[in-house]
Ligand binder design. Structure first.
Ligand code: AMP
Ligand code: ZN
Length: 462
């Protein structure tokens, strides 16, 4: 299998370290001060697909995902309020209760979206001692130093700082904003431990007085605890590249002298209507909100799978309508085979299997994998094809084994419209433009729009 490694900027052959059959993988989890929005969940669907593809290839997985319940400040500089405390104050609740509530909601979203749980889920607040020990070691090794408001990491001590994002420290310096904290040795030094003012809700005793950990130290400390000083894959969203992961690498390298993860894989962002998702714009949708509007979690998952994880994905309700019709077409195509006879040639089946495996092994090209599935389903009804589709679904995770005839009938797109779209698709393939154009015109007349996608087409009502 080949995966794109942010660390090297290349697609590289993947093999677990030490010839092991077990892939050790760390994924940055949610900061549980709010519900996960569909953008966050896109990143966890990517993590899930990666885990499933590795399993499909016969590997075992030891996956760790943290839950950030302390230390993630509102600003990426080391000032501003802790996000957990902000919500706790706004809701007049204990931050632990806030963390518990949103962690539960997050994991319920995993279930809805059929995202498999990593083997180990660990909370930052359960690992304060490990983080303190980590900070102590960084101080002892000359990477950490104390100021009046915390312990900072001296980035001038780490010559590889910027290795992940490729940003040069000198470039960063010139863009540095006016520093509030004049005790820092370098503008981009970051807090690994913060001293807590009295009113701070979450704080612990430490060799440096009462305080709380910086955000990045939790991932260095917990990944080392559960996966060792070196492991195979680290995942997160692209926003983690320039700061969170860069800082994590600096910390772990400071302690162990090694870059702790071999492959760094990052999921691109989801946009909404071409822009940023945010609470203030009211577009930070949850999957449950989509379900209330008639889009099942599997439709949302299918929507995500139609874009490569390294491409931006623009969420709009029109696009989601397209995904819904694509998903319905997939189910209709699949159910045709459910009671089919075993008539498919073994050679043809193994060709589809190979094509599918090649697609997912090429840096998780799931859109191409879906394309293989759709073409395979066009064959005459066959139980062999049905079974192979379910095998593919062990990677796609669309719960194809659970879909029933009723769900197909729920589709509000008439069969004649689907048949016409199929005819148009076939004509396009054969470059029979006259037939394709006439089918498109009829569809327009009937009130439908067909859009070509990597896995076939999407049908939406005008
Ligand atoms: P956070 O709670 O901010 O640490 O975010 C949890 C995960 O969601 C991280 O891996 C982020 O990179 C990811 N994430 C945040 N916003 C988006 C978005 N709009 N699209 C995709 N992933 C996102
Ligand atoms: Zn992290």
């Amino acid at each position: 299998m080949k995966f794109y490694n942010t660390l090297t900027g290349k697609k590289e052959d993947f093999k677990p370290m030490d010839n092991s059959n077990t892939v050790r993988m760390y994924s940055c989890g949610l900061t549980v001060y709010n519900y996960a929005h569909i953008g966050n969940l896109r990143t966890y669907i990517f993590m899930d697909i990666l885990r499933r593809a590795l399993k499909y290839n016969g590997y075992d997985i030891k996956g760790v995902m943290n839950i950030t319940d302390v230390g993630h400040l509102v600003s990426d500089g080391d000032d501003g309020e802790d996000k957990m405390e902000k919500t706790a104050r706004a809701q007049n609740k204990d931050p632990y209760a806030i963390a518990e509530y949103y962690t539960k909601a997050f994991l319920e979203d995993f279930k809805r979206l059929n995202i498999g749980l990593p083997e180990i889920i660990c909370k930052a607040t359960d690992h304060i001692q490990e983080m303190e020990d980590f900070v102590t070691e960084l101080i002892n090794k000359g990477y950490g130093y104390e100021t009046s408001d915390g312990i900072y990491y001296d980035i001038s001590k780490f010559s590889k700082y910027g290795i992940l994002s490729g940003a040069k420290i000198d470039d960063r310096k010139s863009g540095a904003r006016v520093e509030v904290n004049t005790e820092k040795r370098n503008p981009y030094d970051f807090a690994i431990w913060k001293k807590a003012p009295k009113e701070h809700l979450m704080q612990w005793e430490s060799p440096w007085g009462m305080g709380y950990p910086g955000w990045h130290i939790e991932c260095s400390a917990m990944s080392e605890k559960y996966l060792g000083e070196e492991f195979d894959i680290h995942t997160g969203g692209v926003d983690h590249i320039p700061i969170h992961h860069e800082n994590e690498i600096a910390q772990s390298y400071g302690k162990s002298g090694k870059i702790h993860a071999k492959f760094w894989m990052h999921g691109e962002f989801m946009l909404v209507d071409g822009g940023k998702m945010s609470k203030s714009l009211g577009n930070d949708y949850r999957v449950t909100e989509l379900a209330e509007k008639g889009y099942s979690p599997m439709v949302f998952r299918f929507f995500c799978l139609n874009a490569h994880y390294r491409k931006k994905l623009n969420f709009t309700f029109e696009a989601l309508d397209g995904a819904k019709s694509g998903y319905e077409r997939l189910i209709a195509g699949l159910l045709k085979h459910k009671d089919g006879e075993n008539t498919t040639d073994a050679k043809l089946l193994s060709e589809y299997e190979k094509e599918f495996f090649d697609a997912i092994s090429d840096d998780l090209n799931i859109p191409a994998g879906l394309g293989v599935l759709f073409s395979m389903l066009k064959n005459p009804a066959s139980k062999d094809i049905y079974n192979l589709a379910l095998k593919f679904d062990s990677v796609l995770g669309l719960k194809l084994d659970e879909v029933k005839q009723e769900e197909q009938q729920e589709s509000d797109i008439p069969q004649e419209v689907i048949a016409l779209a199929e005819e148009m698709q076939q004509a396009r393939k054969e470059k029979n433009w006259a037939v394709a154009d006439s089918a498109r015109a009829k569809l327009t007349e009937m009130g439908y729009i067909v859009k070509n996608t990597p896995s076939g087409y999407e049908l939406t009502k005008k």
